[in-house]
Ligand binder design. Sequence first.
Ligand code: ADP
Length: 315
Amino acid sequence: MTVDHDDGTIEVRDLTKRYRRTTAVNGLSFRVTAGRVTGFLGPNGAGKSTTMRMILGLDHPTSGQALVNGRPFAESTAPLRTVGALLDARAAHGGRTAYHHLLALAESNRIPRRRVTEVLDLVGLADVAGRRVKGFSLGMSQRLGIAAAMLGDPRILIFDEPVNGLDPEGIRWIRGFLRAMAAEGRTVFVSSHLMSEMAETADHLLVIGQGRLVADGSVADVIRSAGQNHVRVRSPQAAELAPLLDRAGGVVQTLADGALAVQELDCARIGEIAAEAGLCLHELSPQRASLEAAFMALTDGAVEYRAASLAGSPS
Ligand code: ADP
């Protein structure tokens, strides 16, 4: 039943968290595996932080289970060596220097002093190691939080919205860092409310809306599942063409500029139908769904979507 080897897997089973008025997390089940970046995507308030806190044993589920390496994380005997978490970048004690902040953490977890220097190098803070944390920019605080997470050289990383509020250089750095950690075989579980951000960083996506799983698959799978791809057709005889496409199984919508948006038929088939009827085309172009549109479509009606259609698809 429970896997008890340290394969770096995070698993939640039918996880639910209710607060007095809100169901923050609602029957969530998924697995996060090692060696890839798994993006945990959903609008603000979707339940991402609550889920991560339950995985880390900081919140108790109302029902269901959250397991790290097959066990509740609260039972871990070496927590910092198992999971590196970044939940709130501003959590560091402001009066300490970056070095002393990390040293205190290392000493209380029996991690050797030289590891402090290593993680400062790893996140590019070696030059400011002697500066007090309260003068740090958000980007520097974020790097310090990541350095703290990396102290125990954990196999599993859990980062909540790590790019929030960062400048483009900081965002690029974090992206590269997450990808490098996954390439080393670590489990990288990172949340965001921005689809565009996750599309750049993640190999695999878990999308949630209103506490429920709405998609579990590769970025391409998730976009496809949102069903937004269509063919744009312009014709001076659109009024004659539309019913023919409809009869052939197309789902046809007339757009504000008079063009037709056609789903369920590809360009070739639409061109053939027009040619057979002797109708003239001015435009026949495939339209790819935008990531944001797919995400909105998925999370808007979160309750109506079934996660099962995509759950567990390999990537
Ligand atoms: P996200 O991280 O996706 O933005 P959260 O997990 O922070 O979402 O919040 C999910 C929902 O649970 C929200 O409606 C939020 O207001 C509610 N919530 C979170 N923490 C608490 C709490 N301690 N007490 C009451 N409601 C909470």
